[in-house]
Design a protein around this ligand. Structure first.
Ligand code: SF4
Ligand code: SF4
Length: 75
């Protein structure tokens, strides 16, 4: 239940080179789908991410970009 991979419109992409490991995205994600990696940066579980964009809005160094999902047939 709760898988969002088929209907999500936007997908947050983390630039781990820009990430300063502040974990704001991890704290603010309402779905709890931001994962902490061993190097201190983060990645996102796209199986459950809803594409709400809160993580991108909270990232102060703009290390998260929302990109439109492809293949959904929408514009
Ligand atoms: S909010 Fe941005 S800088 Fe902070 S951990 Fe998340 S991606 Fe990295
Ligand atoms: S887009 Fe929303 S659900 Fe997905 S990782 Fe960011 S805050 Fe969490």
């Amino acid at each position: 239940m709760g898988k969002t991979g088929s209907w999500r419109v936007f997908r947050p992409v983390v630039d781990r080179l820009k990430c300063v490991k502040c974990l704001r995205c991890w704290v603010f994600c309402p779905e709890g789908v931001v994962r902490r990696e061993e190097d201190g940066t983060v990645s996102i579980d796209y199986e459950y991410c809803k594409g709400c964009g809160i993580c991108a809005a909270e990232c102060k160094v703009k290390a998260i970009t929302l990109v439109r999902e492809e293949g959904d047939g929408g514009k």
